[in-house]
Design a protein around this ligand. Structure first.
Ligand SMILES: [Ca+2]
Length: 408
């Protein structure tokens, strides 16, 4: 395998680096990178703690880095998976459980509790993703693996690895707990090492910025990022709008809310706009067939957390739901027969009730749900394609309360 990063790195800094072999083994790469780390202030003891017993790359990291999704996700599927009864109910429980912490963070950073809860939900499902430790990776090993073997990410990974070693050296986290995603996102609110160094907060005052175990530290760190990137307290992230036929030409343009109103944009249900003098960008996520959104400055501050428009929209909408506001009013242009978020939960509930499904009711229609659908279809003498949809949901509803038997 050609190590492009090494080529680029040598080319960029001819004199300052030791010579690298282009097909360097992982352990030789580590030996070389040690000198780079030492130059940046990493002590030998820190290095040895970070890489104790590590001689091979993390193959799982390389596999995840190479994964290319087969299909692009439609906005409604993306939102269904993130804004649903489970995310809202758990968020409300967490709002109660961390009421004082959230109020203290709001007082200190000016970021509203619902917004932080929405980010926490999006990043790790309120920390529950961290419980699946088998899916987590040693941060130093994962980043070293990417720096050594992923040509697309090696520059990013080198920077992050140095930052990660600084975190370990600072004593914020013990080596055994220094876990993260394959790409180095860490803790409850999934910070990469450089962002952790820039924004990390010790909210609970124990002397460590522990976003892995301390919810106050993790949420305050998220609030610190938003505040330092210009979060405006009490201002909306955006408004859902009804689109007129000519609205397509305005997508991506910026005007004040008042000017948009003059052009004929209205909120669904006749609700009045607020903040008329604020500048807003018109975003279309599904052409002019679906709802449009006027997004304000805070939308773009959320994007400093994750640069995807889908992400910022989901955080905004989930925070609205957690503060008791309504969700998206207009329909997305879903293909006929496909299920909405709530219907996905009901489908799983009915499959469970009938004994076809024993998994979690989470609205996530994966292989276990497909298997349950096939079993139901078999029982019913239907085509066994395992595909969820309104037809299956209606069939399940029809047999609800009746003993299951093959339909003639
Ligand atoms: Ca702490």
């Amino acid at each position: 395998m050609i190590r492009y990063c090494v080529y680029i790195f040598i080319w960029l800094s001819l004199a300052s680096l030791p010579a690298f072999a282009t097909d360097m083994s992982f352990s030789s790469w580590l030996d070389n990178f040690y000198h780079e780390a030492a130059r940046q202030g990493i002590q030998q003891a820190t290095w040895e703690t970070a890489f104790a017993g590590v001689h091979t790359p993390d193959e799982e990291v390389l596999k995840k880095a190479a994964y290319q999704p087969e299909f692009t996700t439609e906005i409604w599927d993306y939102l269904d998976g993130r804004i649903n009864r489970k995310a809202i109910a758990t968020g409300l429980v967490m709002a109660g459980m961390y009421k004082k912490t959230l109020a203290d963070i709001e007082h200190r950073f000016g970021v509203e509790p619902e917004l932080l809860l929405a980010i926490w939900s999006m990043e790790t499902s309120y920390g529950s993703a961290l419980l699946h430790t088998s899916r987590l990776h040693s941060v130093p090993r994962a980043l070293a693996t990417l720096a050594w073997g992923d040509k697309k990410r090696c520059k990013f990974a080198r920077q992050q690895l140095i930052a990660a070693l600084k975190i370990l050296q600072n004593g914020d986290v013990a080596s055994k707990d220094f876990l993260g995603s394959w790409a180095g996102a860490m803790g409850h609110t999934q910070f990469i090492p450089t962002s952790f160094l820039a924004y990390g907060v010790d909210m609970d005052g124990d002397g460590r910025r522990d976003i892995w175990h301390s919810v106050p530290d993790a949420l305050a760190t998220a609030a610190s990022l938003l505040k330092q990137n210009g979060w405006r307290t009490g201002k909306p992230w955006g408004f859902e709008v009804q689109l007129s036929a000519g609205a397509k030409q305005w997508a991506g343009q910026t005007r004040t809310i008042d000017q948009w109103q003059e052009l004929g944009l209205v909120r669904p249900g006749g609700k009045k706009f607020t903040h008329g003098g604020e500048r807003a960008v018109l975003k279309l996520f599904a052409g002019t067939d679906g709802p449009g959104f006027l997004v304000l400055r805070n939308f773009f501050v959320i994007k400093r957390y994750n640069s995807s428009d889908f992400y910022a929209l989901a955080v905004g909408l989930l925070s609205d739901r957690l503060s008791g506001k309504r969700g998206v009013v207009q329909e997305w242009p879903r293909p006929p027969g496909t299920l909405k978020a709530e219907e996905k939960f009901v489908l799983q509930e009915l499959l469970k009730k009938k004994g076809f499904y024993s998994g979690e009711i989470d609205g996530h229609l994966g292989p276990a749900t497909a298997k349950a659908i096939r079993a139901f279809q078999h029982e019913q003498g239907r085509v066994e394609d395992g595909k969820p949809g309104k037809g299956i949901l209606e069939a399940l509803r029809r047999v609800q309360g009746n003993p299951l038997k093959k339909q003639d």
